[in-house]
Design a protein around this ligand. Structure first.
Ligand SMILES: Cc1ncc(COP(=O)(O)O)c(C=O)c1O
Length: 387
């Protein structure tokens, strides 16, 4: 029996704590832009992942853009990333006049394959941007060693990573620049928002660029006894996170352990239900990492079904189950395909995964009954369309 109400793919898990936190900023009414709450959020986040430094931003995209700018990416420079990411990872390089290079993924983990990165490195490579897809950390030892060998920088797209670990270290506990997202569907959210972490020197450079290139931030200029004086040291951007959003983000960060364990309960239920299925395959988790499980991706075994992925999603919808696809690979997006002459087969593993992947609903807000409804719907579709 299909469920009666629609299960949305990834609703935010908000509580009274978030409501009170945002209301307190509004009620106080002193400073709505980036001020004391944003400082507090930055400091709490930095501490939580043991980052050398942290900068709160109004998106993860802003963090990626600043990271590329800080590393001086411009015309003639190449940035290598995975085809299996959101367009933002590549778009920021295009904004700066740089060139996007892609390195195919591993079919088991869906993570960028370091061997493919090595094949893509040229004299023009300036940055490698591994994406910790679905919250599973990439093989950073190998990627960092490759970068050191070729004298290139690493920017980690950690949009999905709260909380992810490599061994005992949190993603973010590195001198590399790493960018996190607090977009509405992310594990913790501030509505829109992001955090850039990394070495103090790099984050300090990004901090100036994040607010027009101003020598001091607005809050410091408007507080009592402060001087109005400022200078612009280079033309920067407007990427600061306001206090209202920071209050929301901070309240979510304070609930991270609780939110993660609720998320993991759903993940375990799915894993147990699907691990022996002949109709689908689960993504392999690398040894010695903790995934944040931002997404729960299943890969359909198309040989045992007589429908394709798109029809599978329609069938889920008909059973009142929301779902999504992460992602339409970068090399298949019109702009990139045209500019670089890529065809779907240019990155065969990403294309292979794309044809089979479905992201099932996953949120800390889901109940056991919700997760069981998803399992029931998936099983029902598999049985109905078994080949
Ligand atoms: C892998 C990846 N990188 C970057 C982004 C951009 O994040 P934001 O929406 O916070 O700019 C996203 C957002 O979905 C993402 O999934």
């Amino acid at each position: 029996m299909a469920r009666e109400s629609f299960l949305s793919f990834s609703p935010p898990a908000l509580s009274e704590a978030e409501v009170q936190a945002v209301m307190a900023v509004v009620k106080e009414g002193l400073w709505l832009s980036s001020g004391p709450k944003t400082k507090e959020f930055e400091q709490a986040f930095q501490k939580r992942v043991n980052a050398p430094a942290a900068l709160a931003l109004n998106s993860c995209t802003a963090g990626l853009h600043l990271a590329m700018a800080v590393h001086g990416v411009g015309e003639g420079d190449e940035m290598i990333t995975t085809p299996l990411t959101f367009c933002a990872t590549a778009n920021v390089v295009e904004h700066l006049g740089g060139t996007t290079r892609l390195a195919d993924i591993d079919r088991e983990t869906l993570l960028i394959d370091p061997k493919e990165i090595e094949r893509a490195i040229t004299k023009k490579t300036k940055v490698i941007t591994p994406v910790h897809y679905a919250g599973q950390p990439c093989d950073m030892d190998t990627i960092n060693a490759l970068a050191a060998k070729h004298g290139v920088k690493v920017v980690e797209d950690a949009a999905h990573c709260m909380p992810s670990k490599i061994g005992a270290k949190w993603v973010g506990d590195t001198e590399n620049l790493a960018t996190f997202s607090f977009y509405a569907t992310k594990n913790i959210t501030s509505g829109e928002g992001g955090m850039l972490t990394g070495s103090k020197a790099l984050v300090d450079q990004a901090r100036v660029l994040a607010l027009h290139g101003l020598s001091r931030d607005a809050w410091n200029r408007f507080s009592k006894g402060a001087s109005w004086k400022y200078d612009v040291v280079e033309p920067g951007y407007k990427y600061n996170l306001p206090d209202m959003a920071s209050a929301l983000g901070l309240a979510q960060l304070n609930r991270l352990d609780e939110l993660y364990s609720a998320r993991m309960a759903v993940v375990r239920l799915y894993e147990n239900a699907f691990k022996d299925s002949k109709y689908l395959k689960l993504v392999r988790t690398r040894p010695d990492v903790q995934s944040s499980h931002h997404l729960f991706v299943i890969l359909l075994n198309l040989d045992s079904l007589n429908i394709d992925r798109d029809q599978f999603i329609v069938e889920l919808g008909e059973r009142n189950i929301g779902s999504s696809v992460h992602y339409l690979p970068v090399h298949m997006l019109t702009y990139y395909a045209k500019k670089y002459g890529w065809t779907p087969e240019s990155f065969p593993n990403a294309h292979w995964a794309f044809q089979r992947m479905v992201s099932l609903p996953l949120s800390s807000k889901m109940t056991t009954a919700d997760a069981e409804d998803v399992v029931e719907a998936v099983d029902d579709i598999c049985k109905k369309f078994a080949r």
